[in-house]
Design a protein around this ligand. Structure first.
Ligand SMILES: *Cc1c(COP(=O)(O)O)cnc(C)c1O
Length: 218
């Protein structure tokens, strides 16, 4: 199958999941292009996809300035951990940062957005499985952290993001993220990847991050 066919297949599966959840048009596809170069991404842009995700700032800098120059209206999401020494570059290149998970990075982003006059959309990453090796704030600290970002730093947090533990049933993690978003009065939920995006749509995802099902194995 060509990459455009795989893209169309994923789009159709999202639409079917939306339909069965009575959530028509509710989930945005973020096409995760990490490890693939500009030449591999161009056909997906040509097929009409406009929202993309990358997990490393430096890798994204190597391809997205040129891709953004070629096509207007592209939206780039950072979905991997951010170091504060990369905040300036991240704010300059990305439109959405989905991995805000600690005070230090929230402060760095607030400072850079002010300095650059850019207002990025932000998500707080939640470590729903409390995995020690995984980024994200603990579920029970999420509400206080969102309040801190809003009140102390004046950031407008748009939603929550999670990556469930690979070996677990993702449903309970998606349900927990949805519950936390309700508590925090946040409308956006970034959850679901190639293996579980239909489940995520069922649990209220407003965006799904799909890589290998579109671009192929990494
Ligand atoms: C790589 C990645 C994805 C996409 O994973 P696939 O299984 O290839 O769809 C989604 N979210 C994050 C945070 C990722 O790093």
């Amino acid at each position: 199958m060509e990459v455009q066919e795989r893209l169309q297949d994923v789009v159709s599966r999202i639409q079917a999941a939306e339909k069965s959840a009575h959530r028509k048009g509710a989930a945005t596809l973020v096409a995760v292009s990490k490890t693939f170069d500009a030449d591999a991404i161009r056909p997906v842009i040509a097929a009409g996809q406009r929202v993309f995700g990358e997990n490393r700032v430096q890798e994204a800098q190597g391809k997205w300035p040129e891709l953004k120059a070629e096509t207007s209206g592209l939206e780039l999401h950072l979905i991997g951990p951010l170091q504060s020494n990369k905040a300036a570059e991240a704010v300059a290149l990305f439109d959405v940062i989905e991995t805000v998970d600690r005070e230090k990075i929230a402060r760095a982003l607030a400072g850079e957005m002010q300095k650059q006059g850019r207002n990025l959309r932000l998500y707080v990453q939640v470590n729903t499985g409390l995995e020690p090796q995984k980024a994200g704030i603990a579920p029970e600290e999420t509400a206080a952290f969102v309040d801190f970002c809003r009140q102390e730093l004046g950031l407008s947090i748009e939603g929550l993001m999670c990556i469930p533990p690979v070996e677990e049933n993702p449903g309970p993690h998606f349900a927990l993220l949805a519950k936390l978003a309700g508590t925090c009065k946040l409308e956006k939920l970034s959850m679901g990847m190639s293996g579980d995006f239909e489940t995520a749509v069922q649990f209220g995802a407003t965006s799904v991050r799909v890589g290998s099902a579109i671009f192929g194995a990494r």
